[in-house]
Each structure stands twice: as structure tokens, then as C-alpha cells.
Design a protein around this ligand. Structure first.
Ligand code: GCU
Length: 842
């Protein structure tokens, strides 16, 4: 019996370690090989000099304790001490405590900045000394990261952060939904309140602290004033209590009109005494509950949000209202630069949303309080697949600045497409703006170094949700990990960061490391290739989900994400001589480069210049041929991700292997939807054929509308370019089963059989494919439950999807039949069938 129980426990432990649902992210502490000799060489005691309850020093000791046990099978004790006894121990302390207790013996503490740490460990003995308690926790995670990657060698490392502000933003709404979140509802809010069970919120804190994030804004920038009710302030205090042991401060987004909408003052004029008093009172009440609150984030006068402009006050007057309320408490005001007119008219050649930030903020330089930080999106528009650096970074000499990045892939595939973002971020961070003809890389501007500013740093919109993978996709977590690492050290190498993450997340297998590295590093260029090229932006549907292709949606509306594409030419003329003068917002050397079409890099050509489709690039290709070729090349790269991942079968646990595979297969199919939609759109517009003869020519396809239809009817898809030959079929009613049949004409052989269909929100149709009445495959339209991208209720580029059945044996003349059973509002739509011989993509 005893033996049975032990076997059962062993089995349960093993199966537990095998169950990899992503919850622990890169903090799995998976066992690495460490025999008894190796274990003896590890510390048996973890000693802290700080016994304050809830201090990150205590969290550090606990993490090291757990990590040693799980990673190396080493049981160590944890103890608080007031002596400097470090025999067989790791000592964890702040510099202050360390010097106080151990000063006589060791006064060689290196210089550290806020949050920095010194880690000096050789085998069983060593020390982790933080400049503050948070720094000590960072040191502990660094130590564990090394062990978890199988690195037991001595370490002596001194490191301090690039910038003091290393924050994340969540766009969580009070009802529990998340704006631009693709991984389920909020871990913080539900039904207008802070949730009772903050377990997930705590697990998130742990992940964030391990990559040295020091504050989180918990609610959406499009903020709801009801966050400020006494009950919700109590809830915020509960979150803060949970985050404090991880060294993470919490902050909140504010709605500018709250004094009126919540306070009933009848005004929210930032210069009105009653408004000033109202905010000061609210701020005091928050700090009564959360004495270490990080501060506020404010989106004002933007995209319909209220702001100081209602009262003809400046943005600086608006920002300073909050900054002054925060000053007695040491809080920071992050004020967003994302201010623009979203009712711009395209009729005027010189109108340009990209000019807005400099237009609004430059004149206010020097007018902001010292605890204001302007939070600036990396490019002048909005998280596009390629943008130049926002010129605002070069225009504020006397104002603190932070960069805003997006980990959640709003315009970059909603985590259903693999896109490893650091290479994109690096194009921004490393870009030298040459302010006053001096070296001015963006990273040195945001750190405060370039303009000698006291504050500065980083914010990233993350939007994790309750899905156990956090972001909806296991592979997308490399972006969150890398964000933290870059915010600490922006010169760090994208591949080195990625590979640390891979080893921590999937283990040390070389094949796994190589495959994920290759795929990740190829992913952003591929996504750029099959979405929007040459700086034209991600050609997604900007009026609806920001997900699939819809190039036509960019123009003819007030949002200003224009391409100005007509039947002969394309691109925004942002030159000073002839266009919107946006190039002139950059310092002179950069302005000259962008002003001149010859010196503008090809990848930003259409951002700065309006040219004919026949314009030749540096590469010698025309713009239109570049579009075609890039789309084919990008989609081809995405096809390759599937076999690359499949080569890891058996090397990655089953749960994560399957989850990742599902997404990569989907991405491969959707990249073809993208490729064809964009190519068809510009072919149709320009009338210029693809010199390689691919666009509009698909020899292996059978269009559903050409098949024998029963219970199905042709349907003209809108936007037209998102269906092959612009037409799909749908069932004649929402309760009629449809069949589409045809005689197969391809040569006899073995094929991968692809079916392109549309999976709408609001129904789960069922499809079955038969060859000569033999069932070859069946599936359900349930991607809304599996994928997490913003769904669509239409047949369009968001709902277009492909399923592939491998290795189907076909003889010429076989009868192919597809049966579609509609469900809800989804009429079992079909676009085409494709027979793919080995190596053919079509
Ligand atoms: C984008 C995004 C919005 C968001 C806004 C912002 O426009 O689509 O959902 O509110 O950015 O950053 O404020």
C-alpha cells in the first residue's frame, strides 16, 4: 500500500511537471541535471538581513529557496540574521543593511543606482546586494535564471538600470474586458470592481519583477471614473499589497472629466479651484491607502477622451493639475503624447496626423512640472509594423520623456501570428536623431541622459489576460520577457535575450533553441513582408479589428493613417518642399535624409514620399513588384514555421507543442490570406501585373463558386480582395445544409488538401470533406474559442482562414464533396479548395 502511494505521488509529480500550460512563463524552475556533488556545492542557507514583512528581500529569499529545490533538488534553509555569518550561505540584503551589519569585514560594495544590484556568488557562498530591496530581488532572479539555464559557474556581476521608469500598462476595463487584449478577460477587474481573488494578479507580479519592471498601471488609458469610488480604492490597495513584496508599485489611469462625472462639480476645468481641490483630495485618499503608489497615467484630449482643451487650457496646464496633486506624495504623472485630431480631412495634401505630437507638445517644452513624464509611442502614428522614430523625442529639451511600446500585438497579428518584436524596437531605440548635430540615440533620450533630465524611461502596453499563457500564445511571451530586459539594458542583443528566454521556457535542447531562434528572428521581417511594405504601415482594417488585411480602410476617413493610394501612385508626401512638412520636424541631418527621396531608406520610402507604382527602389525593383515579391516571400517564410516547429515534436511537452503548432498552422494559412488580399488590391488598383505571373493565377485552386452547389449560393465578399476571385459561397439559409461538389482534375498523386473558409463570430458551423464519399477531414468553425484574435461577424480578411489535410491520395476524376452545416449567424462559408503537391505553396 505504502509503495503504491509513493508510486502514485511520484506519478502525480511527474505528470504535474509535464503539464505545461504556460502559467509559470519563464519562471518554471524546471529541473536541470545536478548530482549530489553539484548539490553539495550549492548554498544550504539563505540568509537575509531584513525581517520587514512583505519586503522584496523576503520574496528574494523565498524564490531562491524554491528555485534551488526545484531546479537543483537542493534543500536550503531561510533565516533572518543580525550577524554577518555567511558560512555556506547566500546573503540577501540591501546595501544599507549590508554595510551596517557586515561593514567591518567588507566595505568593497560597488556603486549602484536605484534598483541596481551586485551579485557575487561562488558555489555555496555568496551575496546578493541590492541598492534597495527591489534590487536584491532582481539579483535573486538573476541568480536563479543562471541556475535554471544550467549555469552553476561563479558570478560577480554589478548592474544598474538604464532608466528609473520601467512600467507596464494594462488596458483593462472595469467590466473585465481588455481593450486590445487577446488572452481572455482581466486578471484585475470584473463587474465594475477589483476581483476578489488576486491569485493571477500575484503570479503576474512575479513574472514582471523577474524582468525588473517596477510599476504597473492597472486600468485602461480610456479610463472610467468609477475606479475612484471608495470601494474601488480599497480594491486598488489590495492589488498594491500584493505587488509590494515584488517591488512593484501600482498606478492608475485617470479620466480627465472625473470631477464632473463622478464628483458632480459641473466642471473639470484644470484651473478651477474646486477641480484642483477635488483631485488633491482624491490623490490624498489614494495615498492614505497606498502610500507608495507610483502615480497616474493620463490620456487627455485624444480620440474623444476629455481633456483641458474643453476649457481652452493647454495640455501642460492639464498635466500639471495631476502632477501637483502627486507632488506631496512623490508620485509621477505619465502624460500621453498620443494627442491628435481624428477628424482630419484627406482633401488637404498637407494635413498629417504624424505632425500632431510635435505640433501640440513642442511649444509646451519647459512648462511641465518636474514629475511629469511625456509618454511617447515609438512612432508618430500608432504601433505600425514599420515607422520612423517619433520626432517628438528630438523636440523636448526640458521635459522628461518615456517611450511607449506595445507587447500586445494590436497591429501585428493579435498573438495569432508569431512576431518577435525586439528587432523592431531596436530600430527605434538605436536610431540616432542627431539633435544639434550630436549623438542622440533614442535610448539615451528616454533615459534622461541626453538632455540631462531627472526622470525618464519606458512603458509597454501588455494586456495579459486570464488565459494560462498570459498573452494567448506561448511564443508571444518572449516579447514580454524581452521588454523587461531591454528596459534594463537597451544595448542587450535581441538574440541573446531570446535565447535566455527559450532556455528558461523550453529547456536547454539545442535543436529547440535553434529552431525557435530562427523562427523568431525571421518573424518580424516576414510579417512586414506579408502585411505592409516600404513604410506604408500595416495594411490592416483600421476601422474595425486592426487584425486582417483591408488596405482600402486606410484612406478616406478622419483617422489619418493614410496611404494616398490611387491608380498610379502611393505614399504620403511628408517632405517640406512638397508635402506635409513632417520631415522638417526632425533635426536637420535627419530631416535632410528624409526630405530627399534618394537618401530615404527603402523601408520608409512610402512613409515620406508619394511615388508612382513604377518608381524604382534601390534594389532595382519597382514599388509594385516589391509589394508582390515581398508578400510572396513573407508568406513563404510563414509556411516554413510549421515544419520547423514540427521538427521539435517530442522535444517540447505535448500541451505546448500542440498549442504552438495550432497557431503556426493558422498563421501559415492567414499569411496567404494577407498575401493575396494585398496583392489583389494593388493589382486591381494599379492594373500592373506581377512580372512573375503569380498574382491572380492559382493553378492548384478550385473556387467554391465554380463547384456544383446545393444549398450553397455565391456571395460577393467585401472587401473584395479578401476572397479568392472575390467570391465565396454561403448556405442559402442559416438552417440549410450546403454541399459543393466537383470532379478533381489534378494529376493522380498525394496532395496536401487546403480548404479556405470563413470563421465568423456568432456561430460554429461544421464542415466535412469527402473524396468519393470517403471522409477525408472535418472541422468546426470555433477559432473564436481557440485563437483569441478579435473576431469578425463578416466574411472578410479577419475571418478568412485555411485548414489543411495532409497527404490526401487523389486520382484524376475523383469526386470531391464538401458539406457545410451552418450554425447561428455563420452560413458555413467556403472560399476555395487547393491541392498542393509537395513543395508547392500556391
Ligand atoms: C490605438 C488603439 C486604441 C487605444 C489608443 C491609445 O488607437 O487602437 O484602442 O485606445 O491607441 O493608445 O490610446
Amino acid at each position: 500500500m505504502m509503495r503504491l502511494t509513493l508510486t502514485l505521488i511520484w506519478f502525480l509529480q511527474i505528470s504535474f511537471t509535464l503539464a505545461e500550460n504556460g502559467l509559470n512563463g519563464w519562471l518554471r524552475y524546471a529541473p536541470v541535471s545536478c548530482d549530489q556533488h553539484c548539490q553539495r556545492a550549492l548554498p544550504s542557507r539563505i540568509v537575509t538581513l531584513n525581517s520587514t514583512r512583505g519586503s522584496p528581500v523576503g520574496t528574494a529569499a523565498q524564490e531562491i529557496h524554491d528555485g534551488l529545490r526545484k531546479i537543483a533538488g537542493k534543500k536550503a534553509t531561510t533565516e533572518h540574521t543580525t550577524s554577518c555569518d555567511t558560512h555556506s550561505a547566500i546573503l540577501v540584503a540591501t546595501v544599507e543593511d549590508y554595510l551596517r551589519v557586515c561593514n567591518n569585514k567588507n566595505s568593497n560594495v560597488p556603486t549602484l543606482n536605484d534598483d541596481g544590484f551586485w551579485i557575487d556568488i561562488d558555489g555555496a557562498q555568496g551575496r546578493i546586494i541590492g541598492q534597495n530591496a527591489r534590487g536584491a530581488l532582481y539579483g535573486a532572479y538573476e541568480y536563479l535564471s543562471r541556475l535554471a539555464q544550467g549555469d552553476f559557474s561563479p558570478v560577480d556581476e554589478v548592474t544598474s538600470p538604464h532608466a528609473p521608469i520601467r512600467w507596464v500598462n494594462q488596458w483593462d476595463n472595469m467590466d473585465g474586458s481588455i481593450e486590445r487584449g487577446y488572452a481572455g478577460p482581466s486578471i484585475f477587474f470584473a463587474n465594475g470592481q477589483i476581483v476578489g481573488d488576486l491569485t493571477r494578479a500575484k503570479q503576474y507580479a512575479r513574472l514582471l519583477a523577474s524582468v525588473r519592471i517596477n510599476a504597473i498601471i492597472v486600468n485602461n488609458v480610456n479610463a472610467n471614473a468609477t475606479l475612484l469610488t471608495p470601494q474601488n480604492m480599497d480594491g486598488l490597495a489590495r492589488i498594491a499589497d500584493i505587488y509590494r513584496p515584488y517591488g512593484i508599485h501600482i498606478g492608475i489611469s485617470l479620466n480627465f472629466a472625473s470631477p464632473d462625472t463622478l464628483g458632480g462639480l459641473g466642471t473639470y476645468d484644470p484651473l478651477d479651484e474646486s477641480v484642483i481641490e477635488w483631485w488633491s483630495d482624491i490623490t490624498d485618499r489614494l495615498y492614505d491607502r497606498i502610500p507608495d503608489m507610483a502615480g497616474y497615467l493620463v490620456k487627455a484630449s485624444s480620440e474623444g477622451q476629455p481633456g483641458p482643451d474643453t476649457y481652452n487650457r493647454t495640455l501642460a496646464e492639464g498635466a500639471n493639475l495631476f502632477a501637483r496633486a502627486l507632488q506631496p506624495h512623490g508620485g509621477v504623472l505619465m502624460f500621453r503624447a498620443f494627442v491628435y485630431d481624428h477628424h482630419l480631412t484627406e482633401d488637404s495634401w498637407t494635413n498629417d496626423r504624424a505632425n500632431a505630437q510635435v505640433d501640440f507638445f513642442k511649444k509646451l517644452d519647459g512648462q511641465f512640472e518636474d514629475n511629469v513624464v511625456i509618454q511617447i509611442k515609438y512612432g508618430p502614428i500608432d504601433f505600425q509594423v514599420r515607422e520612423p522614430v517619433s520626432p517628438l523625442f528630438a523636440n523636448l529639451y526640458q521635459t522628461n520623456m518615456a517611450i511607449e511600446l506595445q507587447v500586445t500585438q494590436e497591429y501585428l497579428g493579435h498573438q495569432c501570428h508569431l512576431v518577435y518584436l525586439p528587432p523592431l524596437w531596436k530600430t527605434i531605440l538605436d536610431f540616432d536623431l542627431r539633435v544639434d548635430q550630436q549623438a542622440s540615440p533614442v535610448r539615451d533620450i528616454i533615459s534622461g541622459e541626453r538632455f540631462k533630465r531627472p526622470l525618464g524611461g519606458w512603458a509597454a502596453v501588455v494586456n495579459v489576460g486570464t488565459n494560462t499563457t498570459w498573452l494567448g500564445s506561448h511564443l508571444a511571451m518572449s516579447n514580454l520577457y524581452a521588454y523587461g530586459r531591454l528596459a534594463w539594458e537597451p544595448k542587450a542583443d535581441s538574440i541573446a535575450i531570446l535565447q535566455d528566454w527559450v532556455r528558461l521556457t523550453f529547456g536547454a535542447n539545442r535543436q529547440v533553441l535553434d529552431a525557435i531562434t530562427d523562427m523568431s528572428m525571421a518573424s518580424w521581417p516576414a510579417y512586414e513582408n506579408y502585411t505592409g511594405n516600404l513604410g506604408i504601415q500595416t495594411l490592416t482594417d483600421i476601422l474595425y479589428t486592426h487584425y486582417g488585411p483591408n488596405p482600402g480602410s486606410q484612406d478616406g476617413n478622419g483617422w489619418g493613417q493614410w496611404t494616398r493610394a490611387d491608380n498610379v501612385s502611393i505614399g504620403m508626401d511628408r517632405t517640406v518642399k512638397n508635402g506635409t512638412a513632417n520631415a522638417g520636424q526632425y533635426p536637420s541631418e535627419i530631416a535632410q535624409m528624409y526630405e530627399d527621396i534618394e537618401t530615404t531608406p527603402d523601408d520608409l520610402l512610402l512613409w515620406f514620399h508619394h511615388v508612382p507604382y513604377t518608381h524604382r527602389l534601390d534594389s532595382g525593383k519597382t514599388v509594385i513588384q516589391h509589394f508582390y515579391d515581398a508578400h510572396y516571400s513573407g508568406a513563404e517564410t510563414a509556411q516554413g514555421f510549421v515544419p520547423q516547429w514540427e521538427s521539435l515534436h517530442g522535444l517540447v511537452d505535448r500541451e505546448r507543442y500542440e498549442a504552438v503548432r495550432t497557431r503556426l498552422v493558422y498563421q501559415a494559412g492567414h499569411s496567404i490570406v494577407w498575401r493575396d488580399a494585398i496583392n489583389n488590391f494593388y493589382w486591381n488598383l494599379s492594373g500592373i501585373a506581377d512580372t512573375a505571373g503569380r498574382v491572380g493565377h492559382h493553378p492548384w485552386r478550385i473556387e467554391a463558386e465554380t463547384m456544383d452547389l446545393k444549398g450553397y449560393r455565391p456571395y460577393a465578399v467585401d472587401p473584395f480582395e479578401t476572397a479568392s476571385r472575390y467570391t465565396a459561397v454561403v448556405t442559402t439559409t442559416n438552417s440549410t445544409t450546403g454541399t459543393a461538389q466537383t470532379k478533381v482534375k489534378v494529376p493522380s498523386g498525394t496532395y496536401d488538401l487546403g480548404v479556405n473558409y470563413f470563421d465568423l463570430y456568432g456561430g460554429q458551423s461544421q464542415w466535412s470533406v469527402y473524396v468519393n464519399e470517403r471522409l477525408v477531414g472535418e472541422w468546426k468553425g470555433n477559432s473564436e474559442d481557440v485563437l483569441g484574435h478579435t473576431p469578425s461577424i463578416y466574411l472578410d480578411g479577419h475571418s478568412a482562414i485555411r485548414i489543411t489535410f495532409r497527404g490526401v491520395k487523389i486520382r484524376t476524376g475523383d469526386r470531391l464533396k464538401i458539406v457545410g452545416v451552418p450554425d447561428g449567424v455563420e452560413p458555413a462559408p467556403l472560399d476555395y479548395v487547393v491541392f498542393l503537391p509537395a513543395g508547392v505553396i500556391d
